[in-house]
Design a binder for this molecule. Sequence first.
Ligand SMILES: *Cc1c(COP(=O)(O)O)cnc(C)c1O
Length: 361
Amino acid sequence: MVDIVAGFSPLRDEILAGIAEVLDSAQFILGPRGRQLESDVTSRLGVPHAVSCASGTDALLLALRALQVGPGDEVIVPSFTFIATAEAVLYTGATPVFADVDPLTYNMDPASVEALITPKTRVIIPVHLYGQPANMPAIMALAEQHGLEIIEDCAQSFGADINGRMTGSFGRLSAVSFFPSKNLGGAGDGGMVLSQDENLAARLRLLRNHGSSRQYYHDELGYNSRLDEIQAVILNARIRHIDVYNAGRRAAAALYKKHLAELDLVLPFETPGHGHVYHQFTIQVKGRDQVRTALAGAGIASAVYYPVPCHRQRMFGDKPQGHCPVSDALAENVLSLPIFPELQEEQVARIAAVLRASIPA
Ligand SMILES: *Cc1c(COP(=O)(O)O)cnc(C)c1O
C-alpha cells in the first residue's frame, strides 16, 4: 500500500547522523529534538501549543483526560473510522456514541451528530477520514450551540486544510499520529496533541508524564506516554518535506482519477475548498472482494478501511451500538488502492488495467 523505503531513503544519511548525536547526548526521552518538532508543528498548523506523546491513540486519550471526560459522559464519534477513535473514549470510562457518516465524503454527518446530542454529551470527535477534512463549520456550529468541546482526530489528515485553515486548528484540542504509514510517518509509534489553550497544554504535559510536574511528585493519575528523541530526529527530517509528500499524494490521486474515469466505480469526492491530502485513495466498487482477489493475483496491494464499522465491532457484543446505515454500506463497498508520494503513472496505469478487467459487468 505504501512504499515506506522510498520515503526514507533520501533522508537516510541525515537521519543516521541525527541518531548518532542522540546516542552521544544520552538524552533519549522528552528532549530538545522533541521540543523542536512541537514548535515546528505549531507554526505549520497555526495552533498555539503542541504536546508530543507516544501515539495517536494516546493523543486522543490524553486530550479527553485533559478535558476531564470520564464515566457518565458521552462522546460522539463517527462509526466509520479506525477503532482507536472509540477506544480512547472507552479508556476514560465515558461512552462512545456512534454517528453515521456522509455518503459523499465518508466523514461524520452533522445531522446524525445533532440527533445524538443528549444532556450527557461532552465532546464531539470529528475524524478527517482518508485525509479529507470533515465538515468543521457545521460541527463547530453544533458544538457552539450545545456547549460541547471538539477534539479533532487528525491521524489521517496532517497538512489538510479548509480554505487555508489547517485541520487541527479548529478543535479546542486535536490528535495527530506519526504511525509509519500516516502522511507524516516516523519509524515507529508517536503522536501529538494540539491545543488552543495554554492551561490545557500544561495539563497534557503532566498527564503524559505520570501526572508529574516535579520528579516523584504526582498531582494526578497520568501515563507514560512520551516521544523519544530518536523518533523526533526522524520526524524533524520528514516534516521539512511534508508539503512535497502531500503534493505527491494529490498528484497520484489525480492520476488515478484520470485512469479510472471511464470505469464503473465511485471515485473519491473532494469537497470544494477542502485541501484533501489523500492519506488513502478509496473507491467504491461492486464485487469488491472479487476485485481484490484479481489485484492480489497481479501483485497489487489493496486494503479495506474498514470492513466492520465501529458500532458493530465484536468488543461491544452482538448488538450494534446504534444505527449507521451509510457506514454499513461503505464497509461492504470501499476499496483502498496503493497511494504514496512516489507512486508513478505506469503503476497507476497498471492498477487501472487490472481494475478494468476485473470489475463485474
Ligand atoms: C492511526 C489512527 C489513529 C491512531 O493512531 P496511532 O498512532 O496508530 O495510535 C487514530 N485515529 C485514526 C482515524 C487513525 O487512522
